[in-house]
Design a protein around this ligand. Structure first.
Ligand code: BES
Ligand code: ZN
Length: 879
């Protein structure tokens, strides 16, 4: 990697072990909003053994050091060196007790890392490197120790004082103060430390583990949110049960805390027994949260709970191994959600997400393997690649080894590594050893970036009844890596006859044909499979269930796609065929648009959609997925030079034409699901609502749209239907939209989470006028640039989801956005860097837009004192 503006680069190959063991860490916090004092005592013992001496190196950032002593000796400034956020004590004895005392300032912390203030309570966020903002310590995941934590504070302002582990003791002090002492018996890395101090309300339930342990489950929220915790609690109990049943993993302490905060950089954090959550992933009531929110809560609660084993009991050796815990835990939360609801729908949503977020990332300036080789700001590597592609790679182990083989591998992984900080290679080895297979070649998935393309060609010989499938894989060079190798690809597939029946499959060397799907393994660049006794020219159903994260190139005819849509047994293939058909139709019209030829609607798409709308058997949630047209970003990825306006126009045209062509059917299905039944939380009701609202979004393109949406809005008893109705009114430019927005605002003005939705609806409205609206909304009393949820709702949504607004060809969207990145960088570099990545794909646009975006990137890059986070993103983009 070239030296850019990004500054210091850390390399995976430079890993060395920490020379010391730390036997115990005792922390004492004297809590205050303006100033908190932290006393730390730790026992160092040299790994190499007694007798020798070695320097002790600690990390610290923004700490005001009050005192430091080693083995009872107060140290003076000559005894240690502080530079570049490191403190070094040279030549410490092999067994040493270090004591420090520092001051920190929570209320001035706008980066939301370390100890910070949210509303009226204090809390922490330490992953990845936030612990160094709390006290001097080797802040790296391979240094694990047990913690005791004493929290001392004013009793009336901070009645609740929480940290990891079990409560050991508590007491009162003079002057209205009190203290609570916590003890976490499990050794942990510093990134899993947490504390919470404030006046919070409690919702409590309990869970009995399979072996009979009584666990108290406690969700802490601000008082006014007490009636919004039920779903989170239910999700937690489901997650605990599921992990026992499916993974044979039990919870290991007697208490599990979840605290909800409105001020959080991420979704949630798995601190040992003290999870901290963005309130978006805890609080829900049918009138405040959508079905997607409810499902999100289930998934994130599950995810953080599952980390207790995959992340906490076994953690990462270094941050390059992040996918070891995140990819694996995302796989686990995906499976949990799939087991709780409709597996097929969950799978399709996850695949859609991977393709529309991770594929572009892997093709852009931030391309990296799921286990990166270098970084300058680790926070930039909590990416769709590490998470979602990482989960897909775990899923491939599962596909290759089967459920039993995979579980054997997990069991061995825990037997070998419980209590350790390990690597992705250790995980692979456990999987391989437990199943007695060689996975060395599979391991290339950890080190190679980019999305492989698989070109499929086939030939049917009617005379000999043989069918040959030819697969050729190729990964194009990426920004970070030129040379690519062949990867192991599980290839699940089937063959369909013209009438949609599945043909029996018989490979050349097999005695008899077997009906149903087949799993073959592709390991070479090119491979051929020959099948015999194939009675007719088949339609291939490829990479069923998305068995490998590749782009499949096969020249399907519309006729073949229609057969797959109507008959395939694999839900992913059916959905994917519908997406392909719609994609072809839209991109075709995009061409017409650019050539000023009239646009027209492909009759095979109408026919396929009519089939979907008439399907009375399938789960309505699945049908609704099939009816959602590929989004503009996904379509943009299919073009060499993105035609922003053409894609928008063509997609609108196709949607409107379909709506008018199939209006009667859309109306029928809408009426059928808009049955006036009161709201229910069940998966079945959610499925009906999703189909109903997809129908409504088509009908919005017709003359009945406005009256249907208005009627839905006035009769709605839940947030899903309310939002769908208002969104439709906004998109169709209805005058009713403004009244609806104003009513919504006055009903929910004091509700921070619901107001996020109000901002999103306005930021997402297509067109170049939106930038002015967004700018004005920044002055709205419910907006705050300091709050990540607000920034994501208004600024993030505008830049990432509003293609015609952000990419307005006068550059107004770009300029506005670059101003926000610069403004945010001074407050919260992590969020600023996320926002800056909206420019990552700039090289794929027309000359005019390219120049405009490049200008803005350069403007950001030239800001003095730019954070390492933003510098890395912008530096890579400009390279
Ligand atoms: N460990 C992460 C949270 C995290 C990441 C905190 C980086 C600070 C820095 C947590 O387990 C996580 O992955 N959360 C996800 C949600 C999850 C469902 C994928 C998140 O916050 O987006
Ligand atoms: Zn995670």
């Amino acid at each position: 990697m070239k030296e850019g503006i990004a500054g210091k680069v850390i390399y995976r190959k430079d890993y060395t072990t920490y020379p010391w063991d730390i036997k115990q860490l005792d922390l004492h916090f004297d809590i205050g909003i303006e100033t908190t004092t932290v006393r730390a005592q730790m026992e160092f013992s040299l790994k190499q053994g007694p007798g020798t001496r070695q320097s002790i190196v600690l990390n610290g950032s923004d700490l005001q050091l009050l005192s430091i002593s080693l083995n009872g000796q107060e140290l003076t400034e000559e005894d240690y060196i502080v530079e570049a956020e490191k403190l070094t004590i040279p030549d410490a004895p092999s067994s040493s007790i270090l004591k420090t005392e520092v001051k920190i300032h929570p209320s001035q912390n706008s980066a939301l890392e370390g100890v910070y203030l949210s509303g009226e309570f204090l809390l922490t966020q330490c992953e990845a490197e936030g612990f160094r903002k709390i006290t001097w310590f080797p802040d790296r995941p391979d240094v694990m120790t047990t913690y005791t934590v004493t929290l001392e504070a004013d009793q009336s302002a901070f009645p609740v004082l929480l940290s990891n582990g079990n409560e050991l003791d508590r007491g009162e002090l003079a002057g209205g103060r009190h203290w609570v002492k916590w003890d976490d018996p499990f050794p942990k890395p510093s990134y899993l430390f947490a504390l919470v101090a404030g006046d919070l309300a409690l919702v409590e339930d309990h869970f009995t583990t399979r072996s009979g342990r009584e666990v108290s489950l406690r969700i802490y929220v601000e008082e006014e949110n007490l009636d919004r915790c039920e779903h989170a609690m239910e999700s937690l109990i489901n997650a605990m049960r599921w992990d026992e049943e499916r993974f044979d993993l039990e919870y290991d302490l007697n208490v599990y805390h979840i605290v909800a905060t409105n001020d959080f950089n991420m979704g949630a954090m798995e601190n040992k027994s003290l999870n901290i959550f963005n309130s978006k992933y805890v609080l829900a009531r049918p009138d405040t949260a959508t079905d997607v929110d409810f499902q999100g809560i289930e998934g994130v609660i599950g995810h953080e709970y599952f980390h207790n084993w995959t992340g906490n009991r076994v953690t990462c050796q270094d941050w390059f191994q992040l996918t070891l815990k995140e990819g694996l835990t995302v796989f686990r939360d995906e499976e949990f959600s799939a087991d709780m609801q409709s597996r097929a729908v969950k799978r399709i949503r996850d695949i859609r997400d991977l393709r529309s977020r991770q594929y572009p990332e892997d093709d852009g300036p931030m391309s990296h393997p799921i286990r990166p080789d270098h970084y300058s700001a680790i926070n930039n590597f909590y990416t769709a690649t590490v998470y979602q592609k990482g989960a897909t790679i775990i899923r491939m182990y599962h596909t290759l080894l089967g459920e039993d083989g995979f579980q054997k591998g997990m069991k061995l992984y825990f037997e070998r590594h419980d209590g350790q900080a390990v690597t992705c290679d250790d995980f692979l080895k456990a999987m391989a050893d437990a199943n007695d297979v060689n996975l060395d070649r599979f391991g290339r998935w950890y080190s190679q970036s980019g999305t492989p393309q698989v070109k499929v060609t086939d030939h049917y010989d009617a005379a000999t009844l043989t069918y040959t499938l030819n697969l050729c894989q190729h990964t194009a060079p990426t920004h970070d890596q030129q040379e690519k190798q062949a990867l192991v690809l599980p290839f699940a597939f089937g063959l369909l006859a013209d009438d949609g029946q599945e043909l029996p499959l018989q490979l050349e060397n097999e005695a008899a044909g077997k009906p149903g799907a087949r799993l073959l393994i592709m390991e070479e660049e090119q491979q051929q499979f020959t099948f015999i006794n194939i009675s007719e020219k088949p339609v291939p159903s490829l990479f069923r269930d998305f068995s490998a994260p590749v782009k499949v190139i096969y020249d399907y005819s519309q006729q073949q796609l229609a057969i797959l849509i109507a008959h395939d047994t694999d839900a992913f293939v059916r959905w994917d065929a519908a997406q392909r058909m719609a994609e072809t139709a839209i991109l075709e019209q995009r061409k017409n648009h650019s050539e000023n030829t009239p646009m027209s609607l492909d009759p095979s798409l109408v026919k396929a959609f009519r089939g979907v709308l008439s399907d009375r058997q399938a789960d309505p949630a699945l049908l609704s997925e099939a009816l959602i047209l590929p989004d503009e970003d996904y379509l943009a990825e299919q073009m060499d030079v993105v035609d922003v306006d053409g894609i928008h126009a063509a997609r609108c045209f196709v949607k409107k034409a379909l709506a008018n062509e199939l209006m009667e059917l859309f109306k029928q299905r809408y009426a059928e699901y808009n049955d006036g039944q009161p709201y229910q939380k069940s998966a079945q009701s959610m499925a009906r609502r999703s189909m109903k609202n997809v129908c409504l979004s088509y009908l919005q393109e017709t003359e009945v749209g406005e009256s249907l949406a208005s009627a839905q809005l006035s009769s709605s008893d839940n947030m899903t239907d309310t939002l769908a109705a208002i969104r439709n009114l906004i998109f169709m430019g209805s005058p009713v939209a403004e009244t609806a927005l104003a009513d919504f605002e006055s009903s929910w003005m004091d509700d921070v989470l619901v107001m996020d939705k109000w901002f999103i609806m306005q930021a997402i409205k297509p067109g170049r006028e939106t930038v002015d609206r967004v700018r004005k909304l920044m002055d709205h009393p419910a907006f705050s640039i300091q709050n990540p949820n607000k920034v994501r709702a208004l600024i993030g949504v505008f830049a990432m989801l509003n293609t015609t607004g952000f990419h307005a060809d006068d550059g107004s969207g770009y300029e506005f956005h670059a101003d926000r990145v610069i403004e945010l960088d001074g407050l919260n570099p992590q969020i600023a860097a996320r926002m800056a990545s909206a420019f990552n794909r700039w090289k794929r646009y027309d000359e005019n837009r390219k120049a405009l975006m490049q200008n803005q990137l350069q403007r950001i890059a030239s800001v003095e004192g730019l954070s390492a986070d933003v510098a890395e993103i912008v530096g890579n983009a400009l390279q």
